[in-house]
Design a binder for this molecule. Structure first.
Ligand code: ATP
Ligand code: MG
Length: 571
C-alpha cells in the first residue's frame, strides 16, 4: 500500500494548496496522468504518475488515467495494456476513471465548428512548407495566410468536406486565428486539425481529421473537470495557447496548467523514440530488458514499486532541468531490499573446495539467518558437506596485501559453518589453472558453538557441492558509456555511446537448495554480492537470476564525500 502521508512540499503542492484555500477547485482537486499510447512507460513517467496520483491522494482528490491517443499512426493496443499494468504495479488506481482523448473526438470537432462560427478559426490551404515559411522566425514576425480571411460559411463548408474525407492528406488544415506577429511562435495561428488517413486503434477509419495536441489536451482536461494539468517544462511556451483554447471555447472548467522539470537519469535515455529504436534494432532484448529504464525493465531487473516511489519522492519536483545520478535510483532499491530481501548463498564463479578431514558422505545442517535486519524473517537450515564451492575470486595463490580471503596456509571462516585452512592447491596439469583447493577444518569452530569465537579475518560464502542447484546469472552494466548519451552535440548519435559489455551472462553458477522453486520476480540478497531477482525465463529445470544491483553503494559514498548533500537533488 502507498502511504497517505504527503510527500515533502514542492512548488506545485504549494500552488494547489493555495488554490484549494481560495476555493478555486470546486469540491476536489482533480489531476490526470495523460500518456500517449505509443510506447512503454519509463522511470520519467513514474515521476509524473507519483506526482499526479500522489497529489490527488494527499488532498482526497481524484486522478484520471487518460490515453492521449490523437496520433493514430504510432499508437497501439499493446501499449494500452502495458501502461495500465505499470500504473497499477506502481501502486496507483484510477478507479473507474479510465478515459481516452479519442472518446472526445466528436465533442472536439463540435468545439472546432463553434470556433469557426465565431470567426476564431479558419481553413488554411497553404502547403506545409508554405505554412512554415509564413510563420516567420523568433526574430521576424510571421505573415498572414492569404486564406486567413475566408468567410465563415466557406470555412464551415470546407471543414465539413474535410471530415467527409473529400480532400487528400495535407490539402487543408484548420488553424486558430490568433496573431501571426506574436512573439510566442505557438500563438502564430497554430494548427488545430489536420487531415490524416490512418486507422486509429479505437475509432478505426471513422475519422480522417485529427485534432492536434494543443487543441485536444486543454479541452480533454476541461471535459474531465481537471483542476490542475501538470506537464513537463517543454509545454511552458504552450501555456498561453492552452489558455487561449479554453477561453475561446468558453468552457465551464478552466484547468490550470503547471509545468515541472522532466526527469533525466545518467547513463540512459528516456525518450520513447530512442527506447523504441533500441528495441527495434535489437540493441536490447525487448521493452522489458532489465537494462532499460522502462518500468517493465526495472521490474524485471528486480526494482520494487516502493523503491521507485521513494526515488520519486527524493528527487522532488522542481522547475529546473537536470540529470539525476543513476546511483540515487540504485540507492533506493538497496534501501528497500536491505529490509526485505532474504539472504541466501550463491556462488557465481565456482571453485571446488574439499575438506579432507571431514567425513565422506556426512552432512551437517547449519543455521543461517534469513535477514539480519529483520529477526522476524527467521532462520533456515543450510546443508554443509565435505565438498563445497566457493567463489573463485575468494582464493589467491599469491595474495596481495590486504587480501583477507583464502590463500595457501591461510584460515578463513565458511559462513555459518567452520574455520578451514588451505593445505593444498590442485592445478590443471595442462593449463596450470587452479581447479581445486584442499582444506582441513577445525571441528571446534562450528558457528554458534561455544568455541566458535576464534577470530579469522575473512568469511566466505559457499554452497555445498552435492546439494548445489545450478543457475544462470545475468549481470548488468550501464547500457551507455556516457553519462548523457542524448547530448547530440556534433551530430553525435546516442547509439554510438552504447556499452558493448552491458550484459554479462554467467551460466555455471550454483545457488543453495532453498532456492529450488523460487518464483519469478522474487528478490534475494546473495551474500557478499548484491541483490538478485528471479527472471521469468526460469523454469523447473533452470533457475535464472538478474542482478538488480551490487552491494557497493556509490550514492552513500557521494553523500558522505559532499557534506550536507540534500537528497532532493532536483530542488
Ligand atoms: P517521451 O518524450 O519519453 O516520448 P512524452 O512526454 O511524449 O515522453 P507522454 O506519453 O506524452 O510521453 O507522457 C505522459 C506524461 O508523462 C506527460 O504528462 C509527460 O509530461 C510526462 N513525462 C514524460 N516523460 C517524463 C519525464 N522524463 N519526466 C517527467 N515526466 C515525464
Ligand atoms: Mg507526449
Amino acid at each position: 500500500m502507498v502511504s497517505d502521508s504527503p510527500s515533502s512540499t514542492d512548488f506545485i503542492r504549494t500552488i494547489v494548496a493555495q488554490d484549494v484555500k481560495a476555493g478555486k477547485c470546486g469540491e476536489k482537486v482533480h489531476t490526470r496522468f495523460p500518456p500517449e499510447p505509443n510506447g512503454y512507460l519509463h522511470i520519467g513517467h513514474a515521476k509524473s504518475i507519483c506526482l499526479n496520483f500522489g497529489l490527488a491522494r494527499e488532498t482526497q482528490g481524484l486522478c484520471n488515467l487518460r490515453f492521449d491517443d490523437t496520433n493514430p499512426s504510432t499508437e497501439d493496443e499493446e501499449y494500452i495494456a502495458a501502461i495500465q499494468d505499470d500504473v497499477r504495479w506502481l501502486g496507483f488506481d484510477w478507479g473507474n476513471r479510465l478515459y481516452h482523448a479519442s472518446d472526445y473526438f466528436e465533442q472536439l470537432y463540435q468545439f472546432a465548428v463553434r470556433l469557426i462560427q465565431q470567426g476564431k478559426a479558419y481553413i488554411d490551404s497553404l502547403t506545409a512548407d508554405e505554412i512554415r515559411a509564413y510563420r516567420g522566425t523568433l526574430t521576424h514576425p510571421g505573415k498572414d495566410s492569404p486564406y486567413r480571411n475566408r468567410p465563415v460559411e466557406e470555412n464551415l463548408n470546407l471543414f465539413t468536406h474535410m471530415r467527409r474525407g473529400e480532400f487528400p492528406d495535407g490539402a487543408h488544415v484548420l488553424r486558430a486565428k490568433i496573431d501571426m506577429a506574436s512573439p510566442n511562435m505557438n500563438l502564430r495561428d497554430p494548427t488545430l486539425y489536420r487531415i490524416r488517413r490512418a486507422v486509429h486503434y479505437r475509432t478505426g477509419t471513422t475519422w480522417c481529421v485529427y485534432p492536434t495536441y494543443d487543441f485536444a489536451h486543454p479541452l480533454s482536461d476541461s471535459i474531465e473537470g481537471i483542476t490542475h494539468s501538470l506537464c513537463t517544462l517543454e509545454f511552458e511556451d504552450h501555456r498561453p495557447l492552452y489558455d487561449w483554447v479554453l477561453n475561446a471555447c468558453e468552457v465551464m472548467c478552466h484547468s490550470r496548467q503547471i509545468e515541472f522539470a522532466r526527469l533525466n537519469l545518467s547513463y540512459t535515455v528516456m525518450s520513447k523514440r530512442k527506447l523504441l529504436q533500441l528495441v527495434n534494432e535489437g540493441h536490447v532484448r525487448g521493452w522489458d530488458d532489465p537494462r532499460l529504464p522502462t518500468l517493465k525493465g526495472l521490474r524485471r531487473r528486480g526494482y520494487t514499486p516502493e523503491s521507485i516511489r521513494s526515488f520519486c519522492e527524493w528527487i522532488g519536483v522542481a522547475k529546473r532541468d537536470g540529470i539525476v545520478e543513476m546511483a540515487l535510483l540504485e540507492h533506493a532499491i538497496r534501501d528497500d531490499l536491505n529490509r526485505r530481501a532474504p539472504r541466501v548463498m550463491a556462488v557465481l564463479r565456482p571453485l571446488r573446495l574439499v575438506i579432507v578431514n571431514f567425513p565422506e558422505g556426512h552432512v551437517e545442517e547449519m543455521d543461517a539467518v534469513n535477514n539480519p535486519e529483520d529477526a522476524g524473517m527467521g532462520t533456515r537450515k543450510v546443508p554443509f558437506s565435505r565438498e563445497v564451492y566457493i567463489e573463485s575470486e575468494d582464493f589467491r595463490e599469491d595474495p596481495p596485501k590486504k587480501f583477507f580471503r583464502l590463500a595457501p596456509g591461510r584460515e578463513v571462516r565458511l559462513r555459518y559453518a567452520y574455520i578451514v585452512q588451505c593445505v593444498k592447491v590442485v592445478k590443471d596439469e595442462q593449463t596450470g589453472e587452479v581447479i581445486e583447493i584442499q582444506c582441513t577444518y577445525d571441528p571446534q569452530t562450528r558457528s554458534g558453538s561455544l568455541q566458535s569465537s576464534r577470530k579469522v579475518k575473512g568469511t566466505l560464502h559457499w554452497v555445498s557441492a552435492p546439494h548445489a542447484v545450478p543457475a544462470e546469472v545475468r549481470l548488468y552494466h550501464p547500457l551507455f558509456q556516457e553519462a548523457n548519451p542524448s547530448d547530440e552535440k556534433n551530430g553525435h548519435d546516442f547509439r554510438s555511446a552504447l556499452n558493448p559489455n552491458s550484459l554479462d551472462i554467467v551460466t555455471s553458477c550454483y545457488v543453495e537448495q532453498s532456492l529450488i522453486g523460487a518464483k519469478p520476480f522474487a528478490w534475494y540478497q546473495f551474500e557478499r554480492q548484491g541483490y538478485f531477482c528471479v527472471d521469468p525465463d526460469s523454469n523447473e529445470n533452470k533457475l535464472v537470476f538478474n542482478r538488480t544491483v551490487s552491494l557497493r553503494d556509490s550514492w552513500a559514498k557521494i553523500e558522505k564525500s559532499t557534506k550536507n548533500v540534500d537528497k532532493n537533488v532536483d530542488k
